[in-house]
Each structure stands twice: as C-alpha cells, then as structure tokens.
Design a protein around this ligand. Structure first.
Ligand code: GDP
Ligand code: MG
Length: 713
C-alpha cells in the first residue's frame, strides 16, 4: 500500500515529461486558502525544510508542485528542481532562489501570477511519501503589476487543480477567521459540496485572543467535513527572525497542544505531524479509489495515440527508392478512389448532415439549372411592340397577308441565344463543385507530404480546367445547333397551320354563337366563318392567305403545296395588276393635288421610326399567332437544352475527370526524379509523430507500472 504514493509520483513524472499531465487527472493534494493564512508555512513544516520564498503580500505566484520521496538510507535530504533530473540540491537557500527566479521568469518580477507549475522533488528519510501543490492565495486587492481582476485570475489558476475529482483539497483557514467566511472552505465546497475530499487545516491557534478558542471548529462541529479538521501552529514572523528552526517549532507545537486546557484532550490529533500521517493515509485511500479510472484512461489514451500514429504514417518504411515509388503509386490510387467514391456516392461519411459530392451536382442540374431554364419566358425580354416591329421589318416593303416566317425565325433565334449563358454557367458551377470535392478529400497519409498534396491538387485542377473548356465548347455547339436550324416540322411544335386551325375553331364557336342570335338570312351571307375573322373582303384574298400559310408548312404538306403554289402564283399576279392600277390612280390624284395646292409639302421622315400606335385587328392576330409559335418552339428548345446540357457536363467534365484522374496523376507525378521531392514530409507531422511515439512509450510504461502494482497486491 505504501508503494502507492511513489507509484503516483512516478506516473506524474512520466506523464508530465510526455506532456500528458493535462490528459490524465492524477491524484494530488492541493493547498488552498486566502493570502497569508499559512499555506507555504504549512508546506515547509510538512517537508521540514525552509525552501519556499517568503515575504509580504503575494509570494506564491505560480503553482508549486512538491513531491516527497521517502529514501530510508538517505543521510541528508536533497531537492531536485524541474527537469534537472538527478541534480541534487542540498541547500534550502539554493532551491528557494531557483523557485524565485523561475517565478520571475514566467510571472514577471512585480507581483504577476502564472498558472504554469514549478516542480520540485524532495528526498529524505524523515518524510512520508506525498505529492502536494502550493497555490497562490486568494486575494481581492490588486498590488504591483496585478490586474484589477486579480481575484478572478487567481481563481482561474486554482480551479483546474481543485476541479480534478482525484485531488484531495487541503483548505487552510486562520483560527481567528469565521469558518463560514473562509475563502478556502468556500472554494472547496464549490467543487466538493459533500466534503468527501476536503481536509480542513486551522492555523495560528497560538495567535487567538485571550478567552477565545477554535475547539468547535476543530471538532468538526461548525462546518462539517467528512475528513475533519487538524489544528496546527507554525512559526510566526518573529520566530523566523529569531532563526527558530522547523524542528524546534514542531516540538513547541506538541507542547502547546499537550498543555492547552481545551486542546490537550485531543492533542494526539493535532499538529503538523498528525496532519502528515492523515494526509498520507487519506492520499493512499484516494489513489486506491482512483486507480481503476486511471487504468481505463491510460488504455483509451494508448488507443487514441496508436490511431494518431497510424494517421501520421510510418516513415521508417521509406528508406528505399522502391518503397518510395510504391508509396507514391499507392497514394495516387487512394486519392483517385476517394474522388470516384465521392462522385459516385460511395463516400462512407454517414455523419454528414448535408449533400456531398455527386449528389450536389445533381442538385445543381435539377434545382439550379433546370428550374432557371424552365422559368425563362420569351416575353420576359420581348414586348408586344418589339414583336410588331419585327413583323413589320420582316415584311419589308411588301406587307404580306400572312404571318411572316422571317419574323418568327428572328424572334425565336433571339430567345434560343438567351440559353447560352445559363448553360455555360451551369458547367462552371459543376466545375466548382468538382474542385470542392477535391478539397474535401482528406487522406492523412497524403496530407503528411505537403508537396505531394499540392501537386495532386494542381494536376487535378489542370485536368478539370481542360475538361471545362471542352465542355463549354460543346455546350456552345449545342446552342449553335439549335440556332442553325429552326425545325418547325418537329412533331412537338405547334405550327402556323395548327394556329390557324386553332383560330378557326375559335372563330367557328363564335360564328355558331352569332348564328344562334342572328336571322337565318344573315347567317347565310356570313357562311364562311374564316372571312369574319380576317379583315379580307373577298374569297381571293382569303385563298391567298391560306396558300401562304401552307407554304410555311410545305415539308409536311407537300402535295397540298403544289396546288397552293399555283393559286399563289395566280394571286400574286392579280395582286401586282391591282397594285399597278392603284399606283396609277394615286399618281393622277397627286398631280391634281399639287396643281391645286403647290405650297403644300410632305413632313420630313424621322431618323428613327418606332411603332407607337395601337395594333390593328389584323396586327393583333398576327402578333398573337407569333407569340403562340414562339412559346411553343422555345419550350421545345428548352426541353432539349435541359436534357443535353447536363448530359454534356456529366460526360465531358464529371466522367472525364473521374476516368482520367488516376492516369493523369500517374503520368504527371510518378517519375523517378520527382519522388524525393514529393515525399518531403511536413515538419509538423514529423514532430507530431515523434511526440506521439514518445507519448505511447510513456503510456505503455505507466500501464506496465500499473500491472506491476497489481501483481504486488
Ligand atoms: P500563505 O500566504 O498562506 O502562504 O502564508 P504564509 O505561510 O506565507 O504565512 C503568512 C504569515 O503568517 C507568515 O509570516 C507566517 O510566519 C505566519 N504564520 C503562519 N502560520 C502561523 C501560525 O500558526 N502561527 C503564527 N504565529 N504565525 C503563523
Ligand atoms: Mg504562500
């Protein structure tokens, strides 16, 4: 059992050397209380040596961890300071100076404080094994370089030590203080409300006023703790000035308690020596309770460190050129597989709460691209006046009697051109998604080689850039193809003929309705429903219109077209004759006019002529028809583009980068002359691997010590 404290001391040493102290809450005895209650004096009394800095105000400005090792055959006690292992320091004065300079070094010279502990060991035959930590006293008033929030700063240092459930708390209070207001006890209660790991120490019992005593406090009646209270008397300032030794003081303390009228009954349970025995006994019990948790924690730390080490990769294996080459190949193939897996949904990150890899690309197609294209409407950018202008311009000097094909083609091409930018932009978004996939791939074995990781990214970036350019070109071609031939005979396209039929049907319904309302005679005169709709006054004109429309659909109706063409020819001839006679009439009228009013001049023709008047009934009909045709054909092209653009991007960008990734990487990076440069290991990884290896050695040593300990019981 008595081996437990040296064992814990060893664990403290091993783990602090490996920088693992904070990861494992090892048992300690932590001394807390207000400033000047006698904490440092108590530690010196326990050690039996005057080795701590002294003075007024805040003297202990860094935690001081003291390990006591009982060495039965030691003739003289000695100290060891920090990591100067094996260097024996016999003089108290020397160790005090070291503590002072070490405090100044980290916490500054003027009353500053620091949470970094100073570690001291003391070896002697006259002590019991212990491990104690002296802490800065709780103070409310800042002095020297201390900040205004000095109390909080001290608490920040103290709390982690007492929060450790494996620590015993030595809460020191002055006898003259009311225990209920003792800072040490209040703090202890905040982390140990049931008082199971707090021992109360009451100092300066010799300084109590005449007629007052601390018996109730000492008997655990005022502020009960499960481990109780111990009263102590240490050297006052005057004693120190008179060079009274700690040994002399211990004797005087014993005499004081044995002769005190109230305390003598309990004198065996008073004094520093009794406190040391109590501490030793309680500490051993405490360690015993903590051992199973310590073992578990060490085992899980070993597992974590082993995993970490694996992540850093085995460098010893990289001695030969063959091994290095093989590693480059393996890492390239690992990267390529990860890239493929991310795209094809084989990525095993089940913790991911968002879409990743390939699924994001499908989202881009469906939600970003398709929706935008589907929402596009010709009339977002095309006003009625613009349509009318286009019709008039397409007619040129010969206002035709039918819907002009030229205007339709012009307008529909404008609309198709609008699809080029979003389609190309879609390929850019997918390109960014692929770059994102590359960035998301995290393979620790690759990350340890900065150059290799960077070169892999560069090669993939190049491949993606090339694939993007090709994809852009093909998408552009897709739009050019749509622009190159306006296929009005597409089965899904509602042609001009269909429009006429649609209008016919509408007219038919109107006529039928009117017939119901009108007399039978009237209805006979207006028997041709189509004439009512168009502003044409005779059969010839209507026939002419029919034939023009049929001409638009000649590919589908070739047999009809032959007949219609004959009619059209006749109609055109008659129209030319008619126009000639009209022109002759106008010329003769004008000649008369100018004779009558020679001063009258024509207004000047403006530079820009815009349509401003309301459309005629005929114009309106033409416009409606063109609009229907536009919508129908644009929908057809949108459907094609929504289908062909994603297919192009998948084939020429996504699949291409996926299929050529490995080949490209091998071609660019698997080269004899590159291998050493590529496998230059990241310095941070080298350092981390060395540290992890050291941690593993330390943890395994601790586990062996634990096993040895078990075998001894
Ligand atoms: P700390 O700030 O809690 O570490 O307190 P110190 O150990 O520095 O003690 C503060 C002062 O109280 C010093 O002058 C000690 O000599 C004095 N002192 C501590 N304990 C006792 C005691 O039991 N009796 C007397 N008379 N003085 C004591
Ligand atoms: Mg102190």
């Amino acid at each position: 059992m008595e081996k437990l404290i040296p064992f814990i001391n060893d664990l403290h040493d091993i783990l602090s050397q490996a920088g693992l102290s904070s990861e494992l809450n090892l048992p300690s005895i932590v001394v807390i209380g207000s400033q000047s209650v006698g904490k440092s004096s108590l530690l010196e009394s326990i050690v039996g040596r005057e080795f701590l800095p002294r003075g007024k105000g805040i003297v202990t400005r860094r935690p001081i961890e003291i390990q006591l090792h009982q060495v039965l055959d030691a003739e003289q006690g000695w100290f060891e300071f920090m990591d100067k292992k094996g260097e024996k320091i016999f003089e108290s004065e020397d160790i005090r100076k070291l503590i002072e300079s070490e405090t100044d070094k980290v916490a500054g010279k003027n009353k500053g404080i620091s949470p970094v502990p100073i570690k001291v060991k003391y070896f002697s035959k006259d002590i019991l094994d212990l491990q104690l930590i002296d802490l800065p006293g709780i103070t409310k008033n800042p002095v020297g370089d201390q900040p205004q929030d000095i109390e909080q700063k001290v608490l920040d240092i103290v709390m982690p030590f007492i929060n450790n459930q494996n620590s015993l708390i030595l809460a020191v209070s002055k006898a003259s203080d009311d225990l209920a207001t003792s800072d040490g006890l209040k703090l202890a209660r905040s982390v140990d409300p049931n008082g199971v790991r707090t021992i109360g120490v009451i100092t300066q019992l010799d300084l109590m006023d005449e007629g007052t005593d601390a018996l109730n406090d000492l008997l655990n009646q005022t502020y009960p703790l499960q481990l109780g209270y111990v009263g102590v008397i240490m050297r006052g300032q005057k004693d120190i000035q008179k060079n009274k030794t700690i040994g002399e003081q211990l004797k005087d303390e014993k005499t004081f308690f044995e002769n005190h009228k109230l305390y003598k009954k309990y004198s065996e349970k008073m004094g520093v020596n009794f406190l040391v025995k109590t501490l030793n006994m309680n500490f051993i019990q405490h360690i015993k309770k903590a051992l199973p948790i310590i073992r578990e924690t060490i085992i899980s730390l070993v597992q974590i460190k082993e995993f970490d080490l694996k992540q850093y990769g085995d460098y010893d294996n990289l001695e030969t050129k063959e091994n290095k080459n093989l590693l480059v190949l393996t890492l390239i193939s690992k990267f390529s597989s990860s890239y493929k897996d991310m795209l094809e949904g084989r990525c095993l990150d089940i913790t991911s709460k968002e879409l990743i890899g390939g699924s994001r690309i499908i989202y881009v197609f469906n939600e970003t691209f398709r929706r935008t294209i589907q929402r596009m409407n010709p009339f977002d950018v095309l006003s009625d006046d613009e349509i009318r202008t286009a019709i008039k311009n397409a007619n040129g000097i010969r206002p035709t009697l039918f819907v002009p094909e030229g205007a339709f083609e012009l307008l529909v091409r404008q609309q198709i051109s609008r699809l080029r930018m979003p389609s190309i932009e879609c390929s850019h978004i997918v390109f960014e998604e692929l770059r994102r996939v590359v960035n998301q791939i995290s393979i620790p074995e690759i990350d340890r080689f900065d150059t290799l990781a960077n070169r892999i990214s560069e090669v993939i970036e190049n491949l993606l850039n090339r694939s993007l350019r090709q994809t852009e070109e093909i998408i552009s071609n897709l739009i050019d193809i749509e622009l190159g031939y306006i296929n009005t005979s597409h089965p899904d396209f509602v042609s001009g003929m269909d429009m006429v039929h649609k209008d016919e049907q509408r007219q038919q319904q109107q006529v039928q309705q009117q017939q119901k309302e009108k007399s039978p005679l009237q209805s006979e005169n207006e028997s041709n429903r189509f004439f009512n709709f168009w502003p044409f006054k005779n059969n010839k004109q209507t026939e002419l219109y029919d034939s023009k429309l049929d001409n638009l659909n000649k590919k589908r109706k070739s047999n009809i077209i032959n007949q219609k063409q004959q009619k059209l020819q006749q109609a055109e001839e008659s129209q030319i004759l008619q126009q000639q006679s009209v022109i002759n009439k106008i010329v003769s009228v004008n000649q008369q006019y100018f004779v009558n009013d020679p001063k009258r001049q024509l207004p000047q023709v403006p530079n820009t002529i815009k349509i401003t008047d309301r459309p005629s009934k005929r114009e309106q009909t033409e416009m409606d028809m063109i609009k229907d045709l536009l919508v129908s054909y644009f929908n057809l092209v949108k459907k094609n583009i929504c289908d062909s653009v994603p297919k192009t991007i998948i084939t020429f960008l996504v699949n291409q980068s996926r299929n050529f990734c490995e080949r490209e990487l091998i071609g660019m990076l698997y080269k004899q002359e590159l291998v050493d440069e590529l496998l230059q290991e990241n310095q941070f990884i080298q350092k981390s691997r060395a540290e992890t290896k050291q941690s593993l050695i330390s943890l395994r040593t601790c586990l062996n010590l634990l096993n040895d300990l078990d075998s001894k019981f």
